[in-house]
Design a protein around this ligand. Structure first.
Ligand SMILES: [Zn+2]
Length: 156
């Protein structure tokens, strides 16, 4: 697989969708329970289904991964291992964790002055904004926290 995989995540794996977005993956959240709809969506958009539903995992789709754990860290680990994903920290936080849209670099940081805490504004130079919800992202403490979490997942 050369192209970066895209995901469609079922309603039982919502947290997993958010983690994948933070890792830089397009992970659409599918909050309907209809099995046929999620299968169709997977085929249509060539997204890999991530599900906890054993029945669903036996069906035909673009690709399906049955998530075996109910623990978020194990879930993330499973997806990365099963697909042999190569994580690139440069891509972390490149997708809005709330609405799954690619964030855009803020060209003129004065535009977002009123939207972030003042000490952040003064100490950080690169900001990104989600075109969907306008949330502002930067490589701050949450970024370091997340890198540590990822390290923890793989040190076990
Ligand atoms: Zn957003």
């Amino acid at each position: 697989m050369t192209e970066k995989p895209k995901f469609i995540v079922d309603f039982m794996c919502g947290r997993l969708a958010r983690w994948l977005r933070i890792l830089g993956y397009d992970a659409e959240f599918f909050n309907e329970t209809s099995r046929s709809k999620i299968l169709m969506e997977s085929l249509k958009t060539q997204r890999i289904i991530l599900t906890r539903d054993t029945q669903l995992s036996k069906k035909k789709a673009y690709k399906i991964i049955l998530i075996t754990s109910d623990k978020i860290r194990q879930q993330v680990k499973q997806v990365i291992k099963d697909l042999n994903l190569k994580l690139n920290p440069k891509e972390f936080f490149s997708i809005c964790s709330i609405c799954n849209k690619k964030v855009n670099k803020v060209i003129d940081k004065s535009e977002i002055k009123d939207l972030v805490p003042i000490y952040i504004y003064e100490n950080i130079n690169e900001f990104y904004r989600c075109p969907g919800c306008n949330r502002i992202y930067w490589q701050g403490s949450h970024y370091d926290f997340f890198l540590k979490e990822i390290e923890k997942i793989f040190s076990k």
